[in-house]
Design a protein around this ligand. Structure first.
Ligand code: 1GP
Length: 246
């Protein structure tokens, strides 16, 4: 087993919650801000740095990951919106299957395209079920993926989807309302998934403050992902880290 997945699984067994800071690759346009964000994440003892996004508007993905890796003493994990978002600078890639949707390209098509590159780069692939949950408004990910999110108030659908993912052999479950969402995944939905599967649960989308991060950890999230809040105010990572690490 690769080292990043092992780290996540061992933390779950010990009951240690993890914080992942998500870097939007387009951020690489502003190197000073990128450096400050990565350095703050490391100083705040965030556990993982994720890099990725549903839509790239610049052509600098690989160099952005290279810069993040240079400045970070944390594992750098790709959270790719497409097979174009692969880089040998990363330690691992979330090999995502969008199991809340019914778009075949995002269930197997992109994987076939990406697989030879993942092998050639030699980066750890973490088989991850990605569940998009309604967060109050359409997000870039719902538009770009052309999939319907799971209704916010239907924890049973999320639980059944997670069980299917676990039975298929996926190793982590990422529940997301999308970047900049109005609402986070509900504590009730996280609790329902937590009761139904053993695998580590990653939760992201719309998490802006320490109290919310703590509530979602207590509901059963193992990894909290924060992007927009840290991008808007790089200092906020310190309070988030304290809340997640309890
Ligand atoms: C989005 O889970 C991530 O896929 C993070 O969302 O940018 O809202 O923190 P935010």
């Amino acid at each position: 087993m690769g080292t990043v997945l092992k780290h996540i699984e061992e933390a779950k067994v010990r009951g240690n919650k993890l914080l992942a800071v998500l870097i939007d690759p387009d951020f690489g346009q502003d190197e000073a801000l990128l450096e400050q964000t990565v350095q703050n994440a490391c100083m705040a003892k965030a556990d993982l740095i994720f890099v990725g996004g549903s839509l790239l508007t610049s052509a600098s993905f690989d160099s952005c990951v290279g810069l993040v890796k240079r400045w970070s003493d944390r594992p750098v994990v790709l959270f790719p919106g497409s097979p174009a978002q692969l880089s040998g600078h990363a330690d691992a890639v979330l090999f995502l299957s969008l199991i809340s949707g019914r778009n075949p390209e995002l269930l197997i098509g992109h994987h076939v395209t990406a697989a030879p590159t993942v092998r050639a780069l030699g980066i750890e692939a973490i088989p991850t079920g990605y569940m998009l949950v309604d967060g109050g408004k359409p997000t870039t990910v719902s538009y770009v993926s052309q999939t319907l999110p799971i209704p916010h108030d239907k924890p049973g659908i999320a639980a059944a989807t997670a069980v299917a993912g676990e039975l298929l052999g996926l190793r982590t479950m990422y529940m997301d309302t999308g970047s900049g969402a109005q609402r986070t995944v509900s504590a009730a939905m996280i609790a329902a998934v937590r009761k139904s599967v053993e695998l580590p649960i990653i939760v992201g989308g719309g998490i802006r403050d320490a109290k919310t991060a703590r509530t979602l950890c207590e509901a059963g999230a193992d990894v909290i992902v924060v992007g927009t809040a840290v991008e808007q105010d790089p200092e906020t990572v310190f309070a988030l880290s304290e809340a997640v690490h309890g």
